[in-house]
Design a protein around this ligand. Structure first.
Ligand code: GDP
Length: 533
């Protein structure tokens, strides 16, 4: 999406690219949908009921998501709001798909963390927060479901600070809660914003705005709520952390907002402040130093590959995060890792629920490139600098392993095709035992639900039924090539040697002590916990 008469620099600076993270059910999908509603990309938000029964949320793509009601794969959405061009990276909340989320966070410049006001910080929030922290990106907190009776707002702030270890600074403060949730006090603008109507959240909520001492609020709020608000404001002035942009941009302080994605109360003030505070696309590290997004060499990296997203297309898409320069349709670029040139002929963008062909795109944007099987996660594409490489994306070690075979040996070819394609998306890891041949395939996953998804997808997309036998291994370590001789090794009881898809040797272990034991028995053996894509 681009506006006429804007320069390249203007286009870059109006981009905002962020991921939304949360524990399942905190309201991530609902909030995403409300952003689209306020951006004018959709005209009516589906309520809970319509999501679960008739209509599906716009960010849900795969059949399996609809059946299970959990987001399995991350999706990307672009929309406009107040002259900003926004890219939202939706991520699966379920922990079994966290690997996908980790990769998606590599493509984001900031993160919005959605928290359920009744539950506070939950297990998955904590894990995802750690990944954001590792990347040092700004984290914005939206405390959702204020229309329900939840925890005290001060207690929630304490929860964030104690459990996550990040300082917090409330930007909006809730006025009332549960049925009495009327709106927010906007500390930046120093004004009260009360909401009503919005047709149960299906349309934009109307608001009444004014200064705290405006007499109409004593009436609109009733004396006890009004008084409580005045007390809270005083407390915040002395108790809360001060707003500090520098600390926010380093991910050391999180701006906190309160609201209800369901009723839309507080959604717009959040969106406005968030877009104002968060940064345009940030410079990225590469083997050739830091790359400025406003430099003119078009470049980016692939962070996700997905096959058969839509049955009617049956294709494979590589998702590229643009890091610098302007992209133009039909452009020929260097595929750095392969040392070849590729033409980007039919790139797609994901606007609300549609896929459209893009003519041009800018840093911060995510484009989907048709992938005939040449791309890998972590690959760099660069127009002029043929050797430029962005930092690799870490591959998380699987924790569950199964032996997989097809129930119908006549379908072996389809079976292998499906396994290969799904593994290239990074959803599963495939291992073989050296010298045992093709008959035995071992699959490793980060979360066990991925086995079910694999079974489902092989049946639905490749028409293959499989048998899954769980194996007792829980740990994998990659061995540095040359650090051992497989024929003359002293193995431990619970260990087997495998090869990954790139023929790198690795060991599977049942107990967490076995790696140390193996190293002590075999001089020179060097093991590592991760491999890079
Ligand atoms: P996700 O798993 O984080 O994507 O969560 P969803 O957006 O699917 O929401 C989970 C459930 O919480 C759904 O039933 C939503 O309707 C409900 N929900 C989301 N936001 C709110 C809110 O602000 N208030 C209330 N009461 N319910 C909400």
């Amino acid at each position: 999406m681009s506006q006429q008469n804007l320069s390249f620099i203007d286009e870059v600076r109006r981009r905002r690219t962020f991921a939304i993270i949360s524990h399942p059910d905190a309201g991530k999908t609902t909030l995403t949908e409300k952003f689209l509603l306020y951006g004018g990309a959709i005209h009516q938000a589906g309520s809970v009921k319509s999501r679960r029964s008739q209509k599906h949320a716009v960010s849900d793509w795969m059949e399996i998501e609809k059946q299970r009601g959990i987001s399995v794969t991350s999706s990307v959405l672009q929309f406009e709001y107040n002259n900003f061009c926004i890219n939202i990276l939706d991520t699966p909340g379920h922990q079994d798909f966290s690997e996908d989320t980790y990769r998606t966070l590599m493509a984001a410049d900031s993160a919005v963390m959605v928290i359920d006001s009744a539950k506070g910080v939950e297990a998955q929030t904590k894990k995802l927060f750690q990944v954001c922290k590792m990347r040092g990106i700004p984290i914005f907190t939206f405390i959702n479901k204020m229309d329900r009776q939840g925890k005290d707002p001060f207690e929630l702030m304490e929860d964030i600070e104690n459990v996550l270890g990040i300082r917090s600074c409330p930007v909006n403060w809730p006025i009332g809660s549960g049925k009495e949730f009327k709106g927010v006090f906007n500390r930046q603008k120093d004004q009260i914003e009360l909401f009503n109507d919005g047709n149960h959240g299906q349309s934009i909520a109307k608001s009444v705005v004014g200064k705290v001492d405006d007499e109409k609020f004593a009436d609109l709020l009733g004396s006890s709520l009004h008084e409580q608000l005045l007390n809270d404001i005083e407390l915040l002035d002395v108790a809360g952390d001060e707003f500090n942009l520098d600390q926010i941009s380093k991910g050391e302080l999180t701006p906190v907002f309160f609201g209800s994605a369901l009723t839309n109360f507080g959604v717009e003030p959040f969106l406005e402040s968030f877009l104002d505070i968060t940064t345009p696309p940030t410079p990225r590290d590469s083997n050739m130093g830091v790359v400025d997004p406003e430099s003119d060499n078009f470049s980016g990296f692939i962070f996700k590959i997905q096959a058969n997203m839509d049955k009617s297309h049956r294709d494979r898409i590589a998702f590229l995060r643009i890091c610098s320069g302007k992209f133009e349709k039909g452009m020929t670029v260097n595929h750095v890792q392969r040392g070849k040139k590729v033409k980007l002929a039919q790139p797609q963008q994901f606007v609300a629920q549609d896929r459209v062909i893009v003519d041009s795109a800018y840093p911060g944007d995510i484009i989907g490139i048709h992938d005939p099987g040449i791309f890998n996660i972590g690959d760099t594409l660069s127009q002029k600098q043929a050797k430029l490489q962005y930092k690799g994306i870490p591959q998380f070690a699987p924790e569950h392993f199964s032996r997989i075979s097809t129930l119908n040996s006549l379908k072996r070819k389809q079976f292998l095709k499906g396994i290969t394609q799904i593994s290239e998306e990074g959803a599963i890891q495939v291992y073989k035992r050296p010298n045992i041949g093709m008959e035995e395939l071992i699959i490793g996953v980060v979360g066990v639900l991925q086995f079910e998804v694999l079974e489902y997808r092989l049946k639905n997309e490749y028409n293959v039924d499989i048998r899954i036998e769980r194996l007792p291994y829980r740990f994998i370590r990659w061995a540095e090539t040359g650090s051992f001789d497989s024929h003359n090794m002293s193995m431990t009881m619970d260990t087997i040697l495998v090869e990954d898809k790139d023929k790198n040797p690795a060991f599977l272990f049942q107990s967490e002590w076995s790696p140390t034991q193996l190293v002590s028995r075999n001089e020179g053996l060097v093991l590592s916990e991760t491999s890079i894509y």
